[in-house]
Design a protein around this ligand. Structure first.
Ligand code: RAM
Length: 917
């Protein structure tokens, strides 16, 4: 143990020790190669890649000898054996820089279908070189409409004019097939495919992929994403068959308001282009065209996202995707040409897949049905293996929570029928997993099974589906309920990242609500590697932006009403900036800068003398609204003006990061003018709200976005504290105010109070929902009550990620890992240990590698373990008085700021001990 007075000496001693050690072993070293090579937003060896101008990133290995990168050399070639010495596409040469992420490709222009190989090496801080990395690769998809020779093909299912719920035109699912003959052996085959609808494709009886609900949800009048598959192994010489199942999906299915900007009455269609290179070097191509045939008389009689499926096994068509099938009774398809106004572009993020399997923990028989309890609210489909009698119909219903009396509750699905049916054609155990729908549920109810059999838990599995991303960080603590909250946040993410970020996954909505995305985005970046998911959706946001700069309420725009809401449309400035801070990818800011500017102009259009009158959903679902309703008590003018200022400020910061001085000045000026107008319009001389109802959120916005002059700030802070005290130190905030609470109280040095709000057990609070049995984040602070059951309001989702936005503060301040420089090039490790916690830890896969922070309090001794990844530095803020530091590599005390000791540390592993007051 070292006393404080010894501390400086200790640091110098350790540094000297390391230096001497390093000097003594400085022979000819070749360092371990770079690892985790990715391109653009984190793709590893992608096939059907979307971008001919990718960026390259890699991580340095965790080694004693590798602190930072002093140079790199990157080579790119069109064939593996040209590397590393003869790269024909690009040779970066030795670049002296510490940049190891987001390196722009600067070589020969790349074409659709091209396969590209690359590798990289680096030099460390002592200019010792590494081995070359493994060779990575990517292959481009079909980058433009001109690459497509296929035609949109499908049956006219609109002519049946079946009307479903809310009188929406229902298209029967269709089965499409095409046989073709090859006179040669195939060397390589690529299937390029997409649909206006959702599809599943099979070649010669074998699944092409395990993707579900492809191609996903974009604005079908602007851009449709295409998929690429390597199907070389599925193609045979001689006769072949390709079969596609096609359903409405988001394209022509029900969407809440039913009138998106694209014509959703048109029958679904598929676009298929199978390109083959034969062993003799010749090329073959099979496309969707009028030679294809189809039927809508297959087993899947109905499929709809909100409503569910009807599968009648009497209509099964054995072998229909093989050569061994006669389609003479099938109908020739109708075709349409590709419309060049609608871009066909390779999917730029991961497809949805079956990701997790949940097994029921409990089964209960009730009124001729059986209820399976997964004890986890989830999103996806069930896999049922159930004994049935010929001719019977199995009915599968879903529920997020049972009513307190054990009855099955489905009212909060509103008009979404959310029920699947299976008709058995013979006696025996059936196996069924719905394909073109998904549900949000914790309970599954089965009826119509063979009731001579005793229900078994293994009759049902919950198949959790979401966009195929992996975890990116962890959070843990000594408090069970806080860990449950973390779990609820993660499940909220899984449930609502099904191709687009949605508000909820279960009722007749499931739309890309921009406000919800705005508040939850930063938190999601800790839990999962969702950068590509956001970058992709942001492209949809750019495309959806209207002429006058308005951002629709939901993206893709499912309403087409040309109106924007403040706090919701601001997703287009907040997400680019906040995600840039977490990735450091300047290209992301470049991509979105024009949109940000147009949005600020829209704010201006909707304001008078810089005071906003933009429409707003306001502080959505604020508890105890004085005037009832869903929009809370903070005026829409105040909210609109605050977000106007904030968006202008983020646009100025973006201009600064992009080196655009003039625009930086312009938007800084807008920010100043709007904040001045804000102060004048809404606050009195003493920093108290003078217009409208005094709410926590009005003070939070003023403080978080720094809209008040310095002399009023303190009073405004006191007013916020008073409002919190009036509410018995409980929050009174909705969607917009809640995420600001932690930031503002932290800035005010009131982390005690923030802990109190976070650990409150009573309504409204995060733990209140946990006390009522929540396993996901709810739409309302009181969506459900153990005694009273569901909140009677019809808009009441039990899987709504917005309030999960608290995760950002949990990782950054309880766990203690935050970016100090964009992309975690400089990391701030500054955990705030408070009661009732005795320990907490967080880890994060940063662009440079894993960073972690883990602390424990024993009596008044505080212990902190820190891992700092290579090619970064960290500032560690240690609470209390330092006692000892172990396993340090290079560490430098910086300041003693406000009683907190701060150190600059180099990559490595550290263990700090301090005495808390
Ligand atoms: C509802 C959803 C969504 C919210 C909008 C304003 O439909 O709850 O979360 O953003 O309203």
């Amino acid at each position: 143990m070292f006393k404080k007075s010894n501390f400086k000496f200790f640091v110098y001693a350790v540094s000297a020790f390391i230096f001497l050690n390093m000097a003594s072993c400085k022979e000819q070293v070749v360092l371990r190669a770079p690892e985790n090579l990715t391109i653009s937003e984190g793709f590893e060896n992608p096939l059907g890649f979307y971008d001919a101008n990718p960026t390259f990133s890699w991580k340095l290995p965790v080694l004693e000898t590798v602190k930072s990168q002093s140079a790199y050399h990157l080579v790119v070639a069109s064939s593996e054996d040209m590397l590393p010495d003869n790269p024909d596409l690009w040779d970066s040469g030795k670049q002296v820089t510490d940049q190891s992420v987001w390196i722009n490709y600067d070589g020969k222009s790349l074409q659709s279908r091209q396969k590209v190989y690359w590798q990289v090496k680096y030099w460390n801080q002592d200019e010792e070189g590494s081995n070359w990395s493994e060779i990575n690769h990517f292959e481009l998809g079909l980058l433009s409409n001109e690459d497509w020779k296929a035609q949109w093909a499908g049956l006219d299912t609109a002519k049946d004019s079946i009307r479903g719920r809310e009188k929406v035109l229902i298209h029967k699912p269709q089965y499409l097939r095409k046989g073709f003959e090859l006179s040669n052996d195939v060397a390589s085959a690529r299937l390029y495919i997409t649909a206006k609808g959702v599809f599943d494709v099979v070649i010669n009886g074998q699944d092409v992929s395990d993707d579900v609900m492809s191609p996903g949800f974009t604005s079908y009048d602007i851009r449709i994403e295409t998929l690429t598959y390597d199907v070389t192994d599925l193609i045979e010489s001689g006769q072949n068959t390709i079969g596609v199942e096609l359903a409405s999906g988001w394209y022509s299915g029900r969407l809440l308001w039913g009138n998106p900007p694209w014509d959703n009455t048109i029958s679904p269609k598929v676009l298929v282009q199978l390109e083959m290179t034969m062993k003799d070097g010749s090329k073959e191509i099979v496309i969707s065209d009028k030679t294809w045939k189809g039927t809508s008389n297959g087993p899947l009689q109905f499929a709809e996202i909100y409503d569910g499926e009807i599968y009648d096994s009497n209509f099964e068509m054995p072998n229909w995707t093989t050569n061994n099938f006669d389609d003479k009774n099938w109908t020739p398809v109708e075709v349409t040409q590709i419309d060049n106004h609608v871009k066909l572009e390779p999917k730029r993020h991961t497809t949805v897949k079956d990701k997790i399997k949940l097994v029921p923990e409990e089964i209960v028989k009730k009124n001729g049905a059986v209820i399976f309890n997964l004890k986890q609210n989830m999103v996806g489909v069930p896999l049922v293996k159930v004994p049935m009698k010929k001719g019977d119909t199995l009915k599968i219903r879903f529920s997020e929570m049972l009513s307190p009396d054990g009855t099955f509750y489905t009212d909060n699905y509103r008009s979404a029928h959310s029920t699947d049916y299976y008709v058995a054609s013979e006696n025996g155990t059936i196996e069924y997993q719905p394909k073109f729908t998904f549900h949000g549920f914790s309970y599954i109810e089965l009826s119509g099974y063979d009731d001579s059999k005793e229900p078994q838990k293994d009759w049902v599995t919950g198949i959790v589906q979401f966009s195929d991303f992996e975890e990116n960080g962890t959070f843990n603590s000594s408090h069970e309920k806080l860990n449950q909250l973390q779990s609820n946040i993660v499940w909220g993410l899984r449930g609502n990242f099904l191709d687009i970020p949605t508000d909820c996954p279960q009722r007749n909505e499931r739309l890309g609500w921009t406000g919800d995305a705005q508040v939850f985005g930063p938190t999601s970046m800790f839990n999962a590697d969702v950068y590509k998911f956001w970058a992709s959706w942001l492209q949809s946001v750019r495309e959806a932006q209207l002429e006058d700069g308005a951002i629709p309420w939901t993206v893709p725009d499912a309403r087409g009403n040309k109106i924007a809401s403040s706090g919701w449309g601001d997703v287009c400035t907040i997400i680019p900036w906040k995600i840039y801070l977490r990735t450091g990818d300047i290209g992301f800011l470049e991509d979105n800068f024009e949109m940000m500017k147009k949005w600020v102009a829209h704010h201006e259009l909707k304001s008078k003398d810089y005071v906003s009158n933009m429409m707003s959903f306001s502080d959505w679902l604020q508890p105890f609204p004085e005037e009832g309703g869903t929009r809370g008590d903070t005026s829409k003018e105040l909210i609109g003006t605050a977000f106007f200022a904030h968006s202008a400020e983020l646009t100025a910061k973006t201009a600064e990061a992009l080196g655009k001085k003039e625009e930086q000045g312009k938007y800084e000026e807008v920010f100043k003018k709007v904040s001045k107008a804000f102060d004048k319009a809404f606050f009195d001389e003493s920093g108290k709200l003078k217009e409208g109802l005094e709410t926590q959120t009005s003070y939070l916005l003023a403080l978080a976005f720094e809209l008040l002059p310095e002399n009023k700030r303190k009073n405004a802070e006191d007013n916020l504290l008073r409002k919190l005290e009036d509410a018995d130190n409980h929050l009174r905030t909705g969607f917009l105010g809640t995420p600001l609470l932690s930031q503002v109280l932290d800035d005010m040095d009131k982390t005690d109070l923030m802990y109190q709000l976070l650990f409150n057990e009573t309504y409204p609070s995060w733990f209140y929902s946990i006390n009522q049995g929540a396993t996901t984040i709810w739409e309302r602070w009181n969506s459900y009550d153990k005694e009273k059951g569901y909140n009677p309001m019809s808009m009441n989702s039990l899987n709504h990620y917005a309030y999960g936005a608290i995760g950002e503060w949990m990782y950054e301040r309880i766990g203690g890992i935050a970016p100090l420089e964009a992309g975690y090039k400089v990391i701030r490790i500054a955990p705030v240990p408070k009661e009732p916690l005795t320990s907490a830890s967080a880890s994060l896969n940063t662009p440079y590698g894993e960073a972690s922070s883990s602390w424990e309090v024993k009596g008044n001794e505080f212990q902190l373990q820190v891992v700092v990844p290579p090619n970064t530095t960290a500032k560690v803020v240690l609470p209390g008085t330092p006692e000892s530091i172990e396993e340090t590599n290079s560490i430098e005390p910086i300041t003693n700021e406000a009683g907190n000791y701060e150190f600059l540390v180099q990559p490595g592993t550290y263990s700090f001990t301090s005495k808390l007051p």
